[in-house]
Design a protein around this ligand. Structure first.
Ligand SMILES: CC(C)(COP(=O)(O)OP(=O)(O)OC[C@H]1O[C@@H](n2cnc3c(N)ncnc32)[C@H](O)[C@@H]1OP(=O)(O)O)[C@@H](O)C(=O)NCCC(=O)NCCS
Length: 165
């Protein structure tokens, strides 16, 4: 568990994964990417994915979804979303920081993808120190690319290389 400002961040329990799927399905970029509730629920319910939820008291403000071996054996942020009324108040930064510290327990590397049309999230990740290392054209929908972003979350090679690397 971690606390940043007024927020508490913990691993998902109870119906948190269902709540996360609902938030995701009702929000861009997933609306534009045509990810319906069934696909969002399937992603959020994958048992090997780690879901963190940010709360203010008992109110859920946002979530992050991490695939622990999503890119070349390294942790990958599969999704992050903050409930509309909570945006621009530091919840996203606190969730991302929590994910990075969790990733750093097993890896030096952390990856994520952002859609080319998602200007807000691109600004957010740039501000959090991510740099673009790849681009996949027409990856989910035609006319939009997915940008692969990377951040080194540990300075030195103090953990073993990813499996298969
Ligand atoms: C991206 C997201 C997770 C950021 O969470 P957040 O709690 O709003 O982020 P923070 O408050 O920690 O930081 C906000 C900063 O991110 C950037 N940012 C976020 N959304 C932005 C937008 N729509 N336009 C411009 N900048 C934006 C800005 O730098 C902003 O700083 P500011 O509030 O001082 O202007 C949130 O906006 C969200 O859920 N967006 C919809 C889902 C999404 O796009 N997820 C990412 C998928 S790859």
């Amino acid at each position: 568990m971690s606390e940043a400002g007024a927020f508490t961040i913990t691993a998902a329990t109870g119906d948190d994964r269902d709540w996360a799927a609902g938030l995701m399905a009702g929000s861009d970029p997933w609306v534009t990417l045509r990810r319906g509730i069934d696909q969002c629920r399937a992603a959020c319910q994958r048992p090997e994915f780690v879901v963190f939820v940010a709360r203010d008291g008992s109110e859920r403000c946002g979530f992050s979804l991490v695939n622990p071996r999503g890119v070349a054996g390294s942790p990958y942020l599969a999704s992050i979303a903050v409930a509309p009324g909570w945006r621009s108040r530091g919840v996203g930064a606190a969730l991302l920081d929590h994910c990075e510290r969790h990733a750093a327990l097993t890896s030096r590397h952390f990856f994520l993808c952002v859609s080319s049309f998602n200007a807000g999230a691109r600004a957010f990740y740039a501000r959090q120190g991510y740099r673009q290392v790849g681009e996949f054209d027409d990856y989910i929908i035609d006319g939009a690319s997915e940008l692969l972003m990377y951040k080194r979350v540990r300075p030195a090679a103090t953990v073993p290389a990813p499996p298969g690397a």
